[in-house]
Unconditional design. Structure first.
Length: 257
């Protein structure tokens, strides 16, 4: 993938970090890997940093909290600055950033409007805003390809007790990107559900989920060794992107590949 502008959100840890490490060797001459992350985990600075690897790939790291307006403005500005470069022949945007929310609460506990709006602002609104910003900045260049990935979940399809916010957020994101696929047939769109990953989010799931039955299910997943390593799931996503045969807007689960 020469001359590719590749953007990964939530790239400082977990699935985003694993995916970025797998994508980097695939990016050929003239490519840039832009990593957006709320935290400053390994590989991301406290502000904006950049570097060039031995293969000539340029890596930029931008610390931006996509859950607040200032962070979203910073991320949007970084995207516009990067994507104005007409030398790119490919855009790959991976919307990975997301949060679980307070899963100790049932539906009836969710009465705080600020808590609800803050959750949806980070998990839905920022993905919509960033994707629109990126696609507008890149434009429909003749002969160029544009691919947008939304990191989805089984929760986009099935309700989980105590997980009202997470399920609603994932379902809304899936539908947003299905609409994008319908409106923009020149853009390749994929909703990828990475499976039950062995991450901090799963630790929260099996210790904080309010519904006791759901909590036991998550505990059994971990105890039986059925959690998936981030690098294994990221490799399947990379395979999907390389084969590029999925219907645009499709929801593809880890276990479908």
């Amino acid at each position: 993938w020469a001359a590719t502008a590749c953007v990964v959100t939530g790239a400082s840890r977990g699935f985003g970090r694993s995916l970025a490490r797998l994508l980097a060797p695939q990016l050929g001459p003239g490519s840039v890997l832009l990593l957006l992350a709320r935290g400053t985990g390994s590989g991301t600075g406290s502000g904006t940093g950049s570097g060039t690897g031995s293969t000539g790939l340029r890596v930029q790291c931008v610390a931006a909290d996509l859950g607040c307006e200032e962070g979203l403005r910073r991320a949007g500005a970084a995207l516009r600055e990067l994507l104005q470069d007409a030398s790119f022949g490919r855009l790959l945007l991976v919307n990975n950033a997301g949060s679980l929310g307070d899963v100790s609460k049932s539906f009836l506990d969710l009465t705080d409007l600020q808590e609800i709006n803050t959750y949806f602002s980070f998990n839905i609104s920022s993905a919509l805003s960033l994707t629109s910003t990126a696609l507008r900045a890149f434009g429909a260049r003749p002969g160029c390809s544009r691919t947008v990935v939304n990191i989805s979940s089984l929760c986009a399809r099935e309700p989980f007790r105590s997980w009202a916010l997470y399920c609603a957020g994932k379902a809304a994101r899936d539908m947003l990107f299905q609409v994008l696929a319908l409106e923009e047939p020149g853009v390749r769109v994929l909703n990828y559900a990475p499976g039950p990953l062995d991450t901090d989010m799963q630790l929260l799931a099996r210790t904080k989920t309010g519904d006791a039955g759901m909590q036991r299910q998550f505990q059994r997943l971990q105890e039986s060794g059925r959690l998936i390593e981030c690098s294994v799931s990221a490799q399947k996503l990379l395979q999907l992107l390389q084969e590029d045969s999925f219907p645009s807007g499709a929801h593809v689960d880890f276990y479908d590949v």
